[in-house]
Design a protein around this ligand. Structure first.
Ligand SMILES: NC(=O)c1ccc[n+]([C@@H]2O[C@H](COP(=O)([O-])OP(=O)(O)OC[C@H]3O[C@@H](n4cnc5c(N)ncnc54)[C@H](OP(=O)(O)O)[C@@H]3O)[C@@H](O)[C@H]2O)c1
Length: 223
């Protein structure tokens, strides 16, 4: 199997999804010079967006996965596995897959706390990594709102993006992307760490649901 493309070559990025996260990250990758395709089941959904972002290419999920040297997964958590199946495991094999998805269940928050369809013993990313074992999944971009994902500005400096994944080379590529996107990276280890990183989304959303505060980000303080 071909090894993932080294970061020195500016990668082509395939973004799976058409929602606010997919759109925001696609614009971010374009801004930083990456050739970018965005993938959806229904290209008509992106007609308005693409006239404002003419450099972005639009494709099906499988065309987008095949296009990317690296892939972003930015779809509804309940549809993440289905979206990767539609993308095609052969199109993902050997590639970095940046997984922004959160396993939010189809139910309302309780006192501001989102319900998940996963357990504390198995995260969504573990399920995806088990099924798509030839892809290199890295959890990233799941614990901040879309409006602060790309080069956010905070008085306290760069916020921290918690990442995890089994492949060190894939995580190193993500750290280089995060550096360009204005984040410091905190590598929490292997895929099981997604059991802790995915619930950061719950924590991040609580001030939003309780007090309509949606513009914060996490920062890890070190000595
Ligand atoms: N919103 C945020 O600020 C934020 C922040 C951090 C992380 N996240 C996470 O990032 C992911 C994307 O969030 P979002 O708010 O942009 O969008 P979303 O509303 O959670 O999801 C919309 C996307 O899901 C896709 N989708 C739905 N059902 C599908 C299926 N059966 N097969 C394939 N694709 C399907 C849609 O694709 P089609 O175009 O094909 O319909 C669409 O692109 C979610 O997992 C979310 O939890 C969101």
């Amino acid at each position: 199997m071909d090894r993932i493309v080294p970061e020195e070559i500016l990668m082509k990025i395939g973004v799976l999804g058409s929602g606010i996260v997919a759109q925001t990250l696609a614009v971010g990758f374009l801004k930083h010079g990456y050739e970018t395709m965005i993938g959806t089941r229904d290209a008509a959904k992106l007609a308005e967006w693409s006239s404002a972002s003419p450099k972005a290419q639009i494709g099906s999920l499988s065309e987008t996965a095949a296009f990317g040297d690296a892939v972003v997964l930015a779809v509804k958590g309940t549809a993440a596995a289905e979206a990767l199946r539609a993308a095609g495991s052969a199109n993902l094999a050997g590639k970095l897959v940046m997984d922004s998805c959160n396993p939010i269940a189809d139910a309302p928050p309780i006192n501001g706390v989102l319900p998940f369809f996963t357990t504390h013993s198995e995260s969504l990313m573990e399920q995806l990594q088990n099924e798509f074992s030839a892809a290199y999944l890295v959890k990233v971009f799941n614990s901040v709102g879309a409006s602060r994902m790309v080069n956010p500005e905070f008085n306290a400096g760069r916020p921290t993006m918690f990442i995890c994944g089994n492949d060190d080379a894939a995580k190193s590529m993500v750290a280089q992307i995060l550096e360009k996107f204005g984040w410091e990276t905190a590598d929490m280890g292997k895929v099981e760490a997604a059991r802790a990183i995915e619930p950061l989304c719950m924590l991040w959303c609580i001030p939003g649901f309780l007090r309509n505060e949606w513009t914060h980000a996490f920062k890890l303080l070190r000595e």
